[in-house]
Design a protein around this ligand. Sequence first.
Ligand SMILES: [Zn+2]
Length: 251
Amino acid sequence: MAPDTSPRQLVLLEAEATGRQVPARDVVLEKAASLAQLLSRELGLPVRLSVTDNRSTMVSFRRAPAALRLRLHHMFLDAPAPVVRAVADYAGRGHRRAGRLLDEFVRREQPRIRQHRDARDEVLSAQGRTYDLREIFEDLNDRHFQSGVRATIGWGRSPARRRRKSIRLGVYDHQTREIRLHPALDQPAVPRFFVEFIVFHEMLHQVFPSAHGPSRRMHHPRAFRDREKAFPLYAAALQWERENLGVLLAR
Ligand SMILES: [Zn+2]
C-alpha cells in the first residue's frame, strides 16, 4: 500500500449545546493510552494518538508506512466498542463507509464539543485552512528530535495588506516557547515539505540557542546550520523558496 500522506478530516458543524464535560488531564492520559493500545491491536500497527478539544475537526489522521497518526476529540475516549472499531476501519483501513457511524456518534456527543473560542484559540491556532501545524510539529519532533522539543505552535495573524519586500516566514520565541508561522504559508500552493522545513528551522532555535560570536550575536550558530542541512529536502526547500517567494509576498 502506498503511504498516504494527505490528512483526511471528518468535519462537523458547530454544535448548539451547553453543559459539556471535559475530562481531567490524568483521566485523558490514561484513557488515551488504552484507546491507542486497543486501536493498535485491532490494526496490527503502532497508533500515535493525540486527544483534542477541537471545535470542528473531530477525527483526523495520517497514515505513514509504519504507523497511524491519529487525532481524536476527547469524546472518543468513552466511545463504545463499535465506534472504536469504526475509527480503526475509517482511519486505519480506509473504509469510508465507517465514517457514517462516526458522524452519528459525533452528533450524539455534541454536548461535549466546545462551543466558543477560548483564550487559547485567540493566542495561537495550529489548525489552518490547509495545514495543521501541531500535527506537522509532532511528526517532526518524533522523526528528528526524539520528541525532545517542547513548544506551542500556531499560525500568526494576517498582517495588514501592504506591499512587502520581505517576509518573515517563521519565528521562535525563547521566552514563551512559541513557534509562529506566517499565515501566507497556509495555502495549497505552498508544498507541505516547505512548511515542514520552516517548522523544522524554528524548532532548531530551541535546540541551538543563539551564541555570542566574536563581534555579534549569532542567531544561527554553526551547529544550527549543520543540523539544518540534515533536513531531508533541504536543497529542495531552499530552491522552492527562491523560486516562489513572489507567491508568498503577493498574498
Ligand atoms: Zn532562524
